[in-house]
Design a protein around this ligand. Structure first.
Ligand code: UD1
Ligand code: UDP
Length: 363
């Protein structure tokens, strides 16, 4: 079995690391990095820490408008597929790199498998929502992290080769939690104590590109009763500067460069609570039992809200302040995202699918 895995953005490196490790024991993997994220701290650090093999191809696409970036990825992925002739293209999440891989797979009639299929925010103004819908509809195999994701696919008429696998990020965090507690020195490096700081991340286009939303979030964070550690995504650094908010952010928050996975997990595990608009961080907060204040109006990870570990506040100063200052208790701690074996399940399903689709031997 030859699998072409396509990744490009930070969360995809973390997800692919879980699968690649075991995949390479049973199959040939061609790892393609589109180059969507390219700064050392947005890309290389994850390959090093998570021991992800060096990509066989780095397409070097980097930042661009959504249309051009996706189109350039499509144009660069197609010859790789032609040259390597994989049995399946394996995609993760909802970025432009995901969509580009789905387009090439469906145009060249190569099986497409989508990890994190079926997630919906029901907000079509979010670029990721369109990427998810298009990728799921172009996929031959949908690997859903939760029962809710399967329901979303069914509602859209996607019912063949849909599998519940659990979430690969849960697999990842089980390993990272222990390793980060052993290895990370980030608390000492920053001079913060467990439970005595708030962690924050912001990078969604709707929050960073709108100056009013970014200012409202900044106002809410600066009102937090504890110091706020803010590892800033490069997009957010650019927008803070462009919107004239940089001085305020750096003077009132502990604004630092993006962190490697182990340092970030260590902070998330020990923070009093986290404020974020990230999809992955909402889930990881839930896994680590850190209360999460989500700087969005809706979420794909509805289970985290239902059980009370996650609160949706949107880019609203008063709501952020309230969620960061008042005490609230989660209702329950369910396990909707599997048992830490999602990666293994995905590989078995790929093997099974490819064995089933082998042509019958001629008699
Ligand atoms: C992308 C994904 C988003 C995901 C996020 C993970 C899409 C549409 N969005 O958003 O779903 O949550 O990655 O972090 O695919 N930049 C750098 N250096 C880098 C990478 C980006 O400076 O290594 C800057 C550039 O100015 C770029 C901007 O960040 O224009 C945005 O990067 P891009 O990859 O387009 O989108 P993200 O906001 O990172
Ligand atoms: N992350 C990290 N360093 C950081 C911020 C986030 O390693 O400084 C990790 C985080 O643990 C999670 C992933 O990056 O696994 C989430 O990525 P991001 O928030 O960029 O994207 P999203 O999940 O929203 O697509």
């Amino acid at each position: 079995m030859r699998v072409c895995s396509i990744v490009g953005a930070r969360p995809q490196f973390i997800k692919a690391a879980v699968v690649s490790r075991t995949l390479r024991e049973v199959a040939e993997e061609v790892l393609v990095h589109t180059g969507q994220h390219y700064d050392e701290e947005m890309s290389d650090v994850f390959f090093d820490e998570l021991e992800i093999p060096k990509p066989e191809y780095n397409l070097g696409i980097e930042s661009d408008t959504h249309g051009r970036q996706t189109a350039r990825m499509v144009a660069a992925i197609e010859p790789v597929i032609e040259e390597t002739d994989p049995d399946v293209i394996l995609l993760y999440g909802d970025t432009n790199s995901t969509l580009a891989g789905a387009i090439v797979g469906s145009k060249r009639d190569v099986a497409v498998a989508h990890v994190e299929a079926g997630l919906r925010s029901n907000n079509r103004s979010m670029p990721e929502e369109i990427n998810r819908i298009l990728t799921d509809h172009a996929s031959d195999l949908c690997f859903a992290p939760s029962r809710d994701a399967i329901r979303n696919l069914t509602d859209e008429g996607i019912t063949d080769d849909v599998y519940w696998t659990g979430d690969v990020m849960y697999d990842a965090i089980l390993d990272a939690r222990e390793r980060s507690a052993d290895q990370s020195t980030i608390l000492d490096d920053l001079g913060v104590q467990p439970d005595e700081f708030v962690l924050a991340t912001v990078h969604r286009a709707s929050n960073t590109d709108d100056p009013e939303n970014l200012a409202a979030i900044l106002d809410g964070l600066t009102d937090a009763p504890l110091p706020v550690v803010f590892p800033a995504h490069p997009r957010t650094v650019n927008r803070l500067q462009e919107h004239g908010l940089w001085e305020r952010a750096t003077s009132e928050l502990e604004l630092i460069e993006p962190l490697g996975y182990l340092d970030f997990v260590r902070l998330l595990d020990t923070a009093e609570r986290v404020a974020t608009d990230s999809g992955g961080v909402q889930k990881e907060a839930f896994f680590l039992e850190t209360r999460c204040v989500t700087l969005r109006e809706e979420t794909e990870w509805v289970e985290t809200v239902e059980c009370g570990w996650n609160r949706l506040v949107g880019p609203e100063t008063a709501a952020i302040r309230e969620a960061l200052t008042t005490d609230w208790e989660p209702k329950s701690t369910p396990r909707p995202y599997g048992d830490g074996m999602a990666g293994q399940r995905i590989i078995s399903l790929l093997q099974q699918h490819l064995a089933d689709s082998e042509p019958e031997e001629q008699l």
